[in-house]
Ligand binder design. Structure first.
Ligand code: 0RQ
Length: 500
């Protein structure tokens, strides 16, 4: 069906979002659909936010535990959070309000590898899931649920939750189901090899499955995903893109990447989005495929230009105009994009098998290639580890990029020791800043440190970093435990890393 019409006969009660609130008591665990704003539940979280405010106004407690696939849209990580309605949150977030609350310890936050989420949920580590609220374009009487712009962990949540609400969103084209390839892995020891040998292999069905007896109703909605615009790439980001493109070209020319190239993964955010645009414009590189987690805006023109041949992801995290462009040319896109559950899109075994080249963004990297992409000062969460660990640990080549400084030069992204590490030196192979690229493969710690300082650190910080190394205790890895966090301490105390 090519129109956006709602299905004619819905065999489930139609509820208003406000009526759903009655099924969600204080303390409930609710699993919402969504991986980034894409495909996230929208109407029910907003109604819950209003309900929480009214409860709080009369002195009654009201907070819930919130699961999603990854980050979520405005409705959950901003509106629900602003209503002080979230007590506990997993597995990733990207909202300014929720971030503030987590860092003030008002919300307990579980930051975890995203492919682990479905099995952790199935094994009960998040407790019982009382209700799943899942956005779909259709639910059939026998319980087939056609999801919208993301798959995430929704197929698992639909199976595990005691009760289910479907947000039937007529804004989304029913044709989105043509992108979906859904399968839910059985628990060990009943797991067979997953027969994905190419980024585009399909192994499942286009719908998630729910026991229709658990569905207490459907809520009609008509809202878009509200993906924020990506910022225009600055000069630094363009230089990072150029370094990565040149490096991949060199690896390909030397035969270390096969002639047909290898699938790419690119992380979330502005830098990764700009990187993909830069790689696409590098005419000397062959056209490529992606085996990634999110499909961001920059990939749309690349696909149209024939630079990107196909993409596997778990969400279409694209702005409204880009989603419209995809829907308007759906015959073209339908055979070129596959959306999978996050357990499969981020599966370590498949990433290793396909030889994925992973490219993620760091907040900072240390002299040895340990990376922190989640916690400023090692204490304050930015977003979370997301899928970066799965791709970095298992990729054929793992690259981390970051501008060499942040906050107008007051912060160096190359530091003696990271106060939080989410991807470690054993997995990180290449570090890139606008200054240059450090290929760490085959290098011991001291060699790594020297090449990272010379190639990646901003010139304003190189003397400090060389000095740190020279004054550090000799060991396999040189460190000075009295000074290793001096830059971070300075930053906390004076607002800049180098002494005033
Ligand atoms: O802060 O927003 O207040 O200005 O961090 O930085 O430069 O806009 O970069 O949007 O690409 O995000 C690592 C956060 C980068 C993101 C991170 C501040 C900086 C700015 C954002 P402001 P930019 P991006 C799996 C991939 C983890 C999850 C992941 C991320 C803000 O990429 O969350 O990799 N990654 N998922 O000023 C203090 C520093 C800083 C700093 C930057 N050293 N100290 N603040 N910032 N460096 C996806 C898959 O597909 C698998």
């Amino acid at each position: 069906r090519e129109d956006n019409a709602m299905p004619q006969a819905i065999p489930f009660p139609q509820l208003t979002p406000q009526e759903v609130v009655d099924f969600i008591p204080h303390g409930a665990t609710v699993a919402f659909s969504g991986f980034s704003p894409a495909g996230s539940a929208k109407a029910v979280p907003l109604a819950l936010a209003d309900h929480a405010k009214s409860e709080h106004a009369v002195g009654r407690p009201y907070q819930i535990r919130v699961l999603t696939g990854a980050s979520s849209g405005r409705c959950i990580d901003e509106e629900l959070a602003s209503a002080l309605a979230i007590a506990w949150r997993a597995p990733y977030q990207g909202g300014k309000t929720l971030r503030r609350q987590i860092n003030a310890q008002q919300v307990e936050y579980v930051d975890m590898h995203l492919s682990h989420v479905p099995q952790m949920a199935a094994w009960g580590f998040f407790g019982k899931i009382d209700l799943a609220v899942v956005e779909a374009t259709e639910i059939t009487a026998d319980g087939r649920v056609y999801l919208t712009s993301s798959i995430g962990a929704s197929p698992t949540y639909l199976q595990l939750a005691d009760k289910v609400i479907i947000e039937l969103n007529r804004h989304h084209s029913p044709r989105l189901r043509e992108l979906a390839d859904i399968t839910v892995l059985p628990p060990p020891p009943h797991r067979n090899p997953i027969p994905i040998h190419d980024p585009m292999t399909r192994i499942g069905v286009p719908y998630a499955v729910v026991d229709p007896r658990k569905v207490i109703g459907v809520v009609a909605t008509d809202a878009g995903d509200d993906v924020e615009d990506f910022s225009v790439a600055g000069e630094d980001v363009a230089r990072i893109g150029a370094h990565v493109a040149q490096f991949l070209l060199q690896e390909w020319t030397m035969g270390r990447i096969p002639k047909t190239f290898l699938p790419l993964q690119a992380g979330v955010g502005n830098i990764a989005n700009a990187l993909m645009a830069a790689l696409g414009q590098c005419a000397d590189l062959p056209a490529f495929m992606m085996y990634s987690e999110v499909f961001q805006d920059a990939l749309v023109p690349l696909m149209e230009q024939g630079r990107l041949l196909g993409a596997s992801a778990t969400s279409l995290t694209v702005t409204t105009p880009m989603l419209k462009r995809i829907i308007d040319h759906f015959d073209f896109y339908a055979s070129r994009i596959v959306l999978r559950p996050q357990e499969i899109s981020n599966h370590p075994g498949i990433i290793r098998r396909l030889g994925v080249i992973s490219m993620n963004t760091a907040i900072e990297a240390d002299l040895y290639g340990n990376v922190n992409s989640s916690h400023v000062y090692g204490m304050d969460i930015m977003n979370g580890i997301g899928g970066s660990g799965e791709f970095t640990r298992n990729g054929y080549l793992s690259i981390f990029m970051t501008p060499s400084t942040a906050k107008a030069g007051k912060v160096s992204a190359i530091v003696p020791m990271c106060p939080h590490i989410d991807n470690n030196e054993h997995s990180v192979q290449v570090v890139v800043t606008e200054q240059g690229l450090a290929d760490l493969r085959g290098l011991g710690p001291l060699q790594r440190a020297r090449v990272i300082i010379e190639n990646c650190a901003h010139p304003a910080y190189r003397d400090y970093l060389h000095g740190y190394l020279a004054g550090a205790r000799t060991g396999h890895i040189r460190h000075d435990l009295r000074r290793c966090f001096e830059l971070h301490r300075n930053l906390l105390e004076t607002g800049q890393m180098l002494p005033v």
